[in-house]
Design a binder for this molecule. Structure first.
Ligand code: BGC
Length: 749
């Protein structure tokens, strides 16, 4: 068996099917007085035959499902036929959070607007930007006839080397949950479903289909689950996608505790649970544990939710009431979001220019100015010879790989194979055609702006010496299905940066990375700009930040370690035990079994003390703290007044003490006095101020951040007593700390 041929389509781009020409039939509609979505769904399900119910709880994977439906299959992630006689619409599903994906160009010529990476959006700390991005990509999804967008990735960053960090929203449950909720609400404002994913603890890609994530109940509720809980409350996604991995011994997609107890009972979730693609392992166990729909069935070992489910229902192993609930939940998610009544059956024109502006605003607001000694940035108008080095900055900006890969608008994306071996067998390394060189030239018409590839550090250093300023573009490609083996920049880019900085004191590093990387050259480089994967307008966004047309305002949603040993796990767990083909198989749904890979545990020893909390707990000083980000102006906080009792609020003034307009993100961290628990982000707000302007801000702490989860209650418990409250510029800033007394309180789980 040629294993490579059987890998997931986007991993190698092996499978492509042409778009078919026939158009979906016009669907009849269930009409009637507005009623509660679940009641309406229940009434529709009451009219269904057993076969009709079964047909709705397993979905096709279009690249492998040719001939399985008479309806048009659009090459994409998923397809579920409708039931025309009852008005149940046909549903098409597409990835993902950064735009309507078109991995390996499975739909020839079909482009979409590419947002910056999730981490870049999270770095804006601005739910309005997350919402605008969601609304924009959701509009494109509908216009391309997709009614479910598999957006809303909110797994917390536990490990800086996770290959999918770029898709997610960082390490803090309040920030990630808030931003995911806003993003989902934006997607769904188009009358389509957004899917929050991957529920839960899909925290590493190494062995993702076999790994068993181990963590205690309280810690889980206070970290990853809290991010989902907040995202679901605020975004109200029609669907939740369960993950590949196991959680405490049970596969996430047949984990009764996660699905039935937490999601459906405790949180009262009304929509449906869809599996990740190839994440189902059983029929009765999964159905009874709360899985409502098997997605992309062709990627599972067997089709569990078709004939096998029918047999289990007939034999009483799955109660008919449970099957009814599965379908009712599916329809409820569609009805509540509007997807049921206005199916996306006709393609529409897309205002790509306006959408590109949305992507650019997000990129500009999410770029983080990490370091700016001597105010080297913005680039002085006097700089005449500006040398750009490396990073293919002549061509475009890097994007992350995997199912979220968007084929962007604005010029054919460029695929440039990696020169370092490790990653080259995975998804295609794609650059959005948004050239920083072109954009900087346009922004600095009086300067001579040139680019060299930087492959020869000595030659680059010599060229840098002859210039007024050198800007090195550093890149680190990351992808779904593979963690980065270590936190160093690949391809000896550290040597390049060090050589350039030694020759040119005015050296700026622009980092296009999936997440944090180590910066051994940092003390020699006066200015560092964290550009993430900045999306299809990354070139102009970077140029605007460098030249000061846009004042940087991003804040890190993730801690940058000073060395790998500071993180709870220095390297991907399990990587050492898998051969490279086993690692590929274990990342690729449906193939772990062929290698007889056994599950292996990852113990999340940090518990709920994820990210910056771990650093405080272990007294480690990171390279750059969570929440950190500089500006071309300065902000001061004045006159904080903290009020306690039943709720904790803090009123204060933010003053722009500098000479240019800018945006700041005041952050509030809390911890109970005398408790060993590190301080936690309890509130934040992005504010924009003119020079000299003052604004009054009141922030209210999220009660579940003040509380601890008590499994014995069960629920959240705020202990009575004194609390420390830091009004801070980042997670390590303790310049303004107040104390306040809180009353005891408990809250339902
Ligand atoms: C990914 C999901 C994605 C799905 C469908 C899976 O491999 O984990 O995030 O939505 O594929 O493409």
């Amino acid at each position: 068996m040629n294993l490579a041929k059987r890998f997931r389509w986007w991993l190698l781009g092996a499978t492509m099917i042409p778009a078919m020409a026939n158009v979906a039939p016009v669907l009849a509609r269930e009409v009637g007085a507005p009623q509660d979505a679940r009641a309406r769904a229940t009434a529709i399900v009451a009219k269904m035959t057993l076969d009709e119910k079964i047909a709705l709880v397993h979905g096709l994977f279009p690249p492998k499902a040719e001939g399985k439906t008479r309806n048009e299959l659009i090459p994409s992630a998923g397809h579920i036929d409708g039931i025309p006689r009852l008005g149940v619409p046909l549903i098409r599903e597409s990835d993902a959070s950064l735009g309507v994906a078109n991995q390996v160009e499975q739909r020839k010529g079909d482009v979409a607007t590419a947002l910056p990476s999730g981490l870049a959006s999270a770095a804006t700390f601005d739910p309005a930007i997350a919402r605008a991005g969601g609304a924009m990509i959701g509009a494109e999804a509908r216009a391309k006839r997709f009614t479910v967008l598999l957006a809303g990735g909110v797994n917390l960053t536990r490990d800086p080397w996770n290959g999918r960090n770029f898709e997610y929203l960082g390490e803090d449950p309040l920030l990630a949950g808030t931003m995911a909720g806003a993003h989902i609400a934006g997607v769904q404002s188009n009358g389509i479903v957004s899917t929050v994913k991957h529920f839960a603890l899909n925290s590493q890609e190494t062995g993702r289909t076999v790994v068993d994530a181990r963590i205690g109940e309280a810690a889980l509720r206070m970290s990853d689950l809290l991010a989902f809980e907040i995202a679901i409350e605020t975004g109200k996604p029609g669907s939740v996608m369960c993950a590949y991995n196991k959680v405490n011994g049970d596969w996430a997609c047949e984990n009764a505790h996660l699905l039935n107890d937490v999601l459906k009972r405790d949180w009262g979730y009304r929509g449906w649970v869809m599996s990740d693609w190839g994440a189902v392992h059983s029929t009765a166990k999964a159905a009874n544990a709360g899985l409502d729909q098997e997605s992309g069935q062709e990627l599972d070992h067997a089709i569990y939710f078709a004939g096998a489910l029918k047999a289990d229902v007939a034999a009483g192993r799955v109660p008919m009431a449970r099957l009814d609930d599965m379908v009712v939940r599916y329809l409820t998610g569609l009805i509540e979001t509007g997807a049921y009544d206005a199916p996306a059956s006709a393609a529409q024109a897309i205002p790509y220019d306006a959408h590109a502006e949305v992507a650019q605003r997000a990129a500009e607001a999410g770029i983080v100015l990490l370091k700016n000694d001597g105010d080297l940035l913005p680039l002085a108008r006097t700089a005449k010879r500006v040398l750009l080095i490396g990073g293919h900055a002549d061509v475009g900006v890097l994007s992350g790989g995997g199912s979220s890969q968007v084929r962007s608008v604005g010029g054919a994306p460029v695929e440039i194979p990696l020169t370092s071996g490790a990653a080259s067998s995975f998804a295609r390394v794609t650059w959005h055609a948004s050239s920083p060189l072109r954009a900087i030239r346009a922004a600095m018409p009086h300067a001579q702006v040139t680019w060299i590839d930087g492959r020869d550090p000595a030659a680059a250093a010599a060229a840098a010496k002859a210039a007024d300023v050198a800007i090195v573009f550093a890149t680190q490609w990351t992808t779904e299905a593979q963690d980065v083996p270590d936190l160093s920049l690949p391809d000896r880019q550290d040597d390049l940066i060090a050589a350039v900085a030694a020759a040119q004191p005015k050296t700026i590093a622009v980092m296009e990375t999936g997440g944090p990387v180590l910066m051994p050259w940092l003390s020699a480089v006066p200015a560092v700009v964290q550009a993430w994967y900045p999306g299809q307008r990354g070139g102009p966004a970077i140029a605007n930040i460098l030249t000061g047309r846009v004042n940087p305002s991003g804040r890190l949603p993730i801690t940058f370690p000073a060395n790998a040993a500071q993180a709870p796990r220095a390297a991907p767990v399990g990587l050492d035990r898998l051969t490279s083909s086993e690692a590929q198989a274990a990342a690729d749904p449906g193939h772990a079994g062929e290698h007889q890979l056994t599950s292996f545990p990852v113990s999340y020893v940090e518990g709920a003390d994820v990210g910056y909390r771990w650093y405080e707990k272990t007294r480690a000083t990171p390279l750059f703290a969570f929440g950190h980000g500089l500006s071309y102006t300065r902000f001061a906080y004045r006159n904080p007044v903290v009020t306690g009792g039943a709720k904790l609020s803090i009123r204060f003034e933010v003053v722009n003490t500098g000479k240019v307009a800018g945006a700041d993100v005041p952050q509030v961290y809390v911890a109970r006095e005398g408790s060993p628990t590190p301080m936690r982000l309890a509130a934040f707000r992005r504010v924009t101020l003119k020079p000299g302007e003052t604004t009054h801000v009141t922030l209210v702490a999220e009660p579940r951040i003040l509380a601890d989860y008590d499994p014995a209650l069960p629920g959240w418990r705020v202990a009575a007593g004194r609390y420390r409250v830091a009004l801070a510029h980042d997670a390590t800033d303790r310049a303004l700390v107040s104390n306040v007394t809180m009353a005891a309180a408990t809250m339902k789980p």
